[in-house]
Write a protein that binds this ligand. Structure first.
Ligand code: CAA
Length: 241
């Protein structure tokens, strides 16, 4: 039977490309989103991928939302934790709200989404959890103490959970995108992007969302069953681990 894949933050940016790539690879896909109804409606109309609204920073909202997806499509076997936000500020200007919002969505969101699905994956002896971390969780980034901390936490979560899932046929892996040409990156001040960031990328360009989506499709496949606890860095050579 066709497997069900759930992509958080799956209607825009990298997440939209992941949802579409998984659909094209034959999965039944549900795309979660948190806020932008208009974009989500347009995404559903264009792609035929069903969209579901909830906030991944709330455990209860995740449990309810996953329940709705499973009632419509069946048990979730592929979970892509992609939803993420930025609240960039130099640390001396960063507010507790900017810290908490980013940790709540980008780190606690992984617990909130994975925990309600985990037992069923264990019982079925199959699961794929794919966490979208970031180059900035690997190397740190000025202006992103909150985001870098959350994304580094995602990598610890990935490695710990991979060990727990291995004997139960569940793989847990991370992808660390570099700077990808999405709205999130285009929101960086133009001068910082062109003078400070792009010159640090050896391939000389931003990445494409589809370049991340192809990594997800591979990790979701049966062919990737021996890969767990790993991190794929897709960053144009900007940082080697
Ligand atoms: N790399 C190198 N230098 C940077 C930098 C960066 N990413 N960001 C800022 N700087 C430099 C600026 O060029 C500036 O230097 P000069 O004074 O020599 O010009 C100095 O730091 C201070 O920057 P600002 O004048 O912009 O200070 P600000 O307080 O107005 O804003 C900021 C600070 C909010 C951090 C802003 O600079 C910014 O948004 N920077 C980008 C941070 C970043 O890289 N975010 C990544 C977002 S994309 C993402 O997160 C996806 C992913 O996973 C990769």
């Amino acid at each position: 039977m066709t497997r069900v894949a759930l992509v958080t933050g799956g209607t825009r940016g990298i997440g939209a490309a992941i949802s579409i790539a998984l659909k094209n690879a034959g999965y039944r896909v549900a795309a979660n989103y948190a806020g932008n109804d208009e974009k989500a409606r347009a995404f559903q109309a264009e792609t035929g991928i069903k969209v579901y609204k909830w906030d991944v920073s709330s455990y209860q909202a995740c449990a309810e939302g996953i329940g709705r997806v499973e009632a419509d499509l069946g048990p979730v076997e592929i979970l892509v934790n992609n939803a993420g936000i930025t609240r960039d500020a130099m640390f001396h200007k960063m507010t507790p709200e900017q810290w908490n919002e980013v940790i709540g969505t980008n780190l606690t969101g992984l617990f909130n989404m994975t925990h309600p699905i985990w037992n069923a994956m264990r019982e079925r002896n199959f699961g794929r959890v794919i966490n979208i971390s970031s180059i900035n969780g690997q190397k740190g980034q000025m202006g992103q103490a909150n985001y870098s901390a959350a994304k580094a936490g995602d990598l610890g979560f990935t490695k710990a959970l991979a060990q727990e899932g291995a004997a139960k046929g569940i793989t847990v892996n991370a992808i660390c995108p570099g700077y990808i040409g999405t709205e999130m990156v285009r929101a960086i001040p133009e001068k910082v992007l062109t003078e400070r960031i792009i010159p640090q990328i050896p391939v000389g360009r931003l990445g494409e969302p589809e370049e991340i989506a192809r990594c997800v499709v591979f990790l979701a496949s049966d062919d990737a069953g021996f890969i767990t606890g790993s991190t794929i860095s897709a960053n144009g050579g900007q940082f080697f681990v």
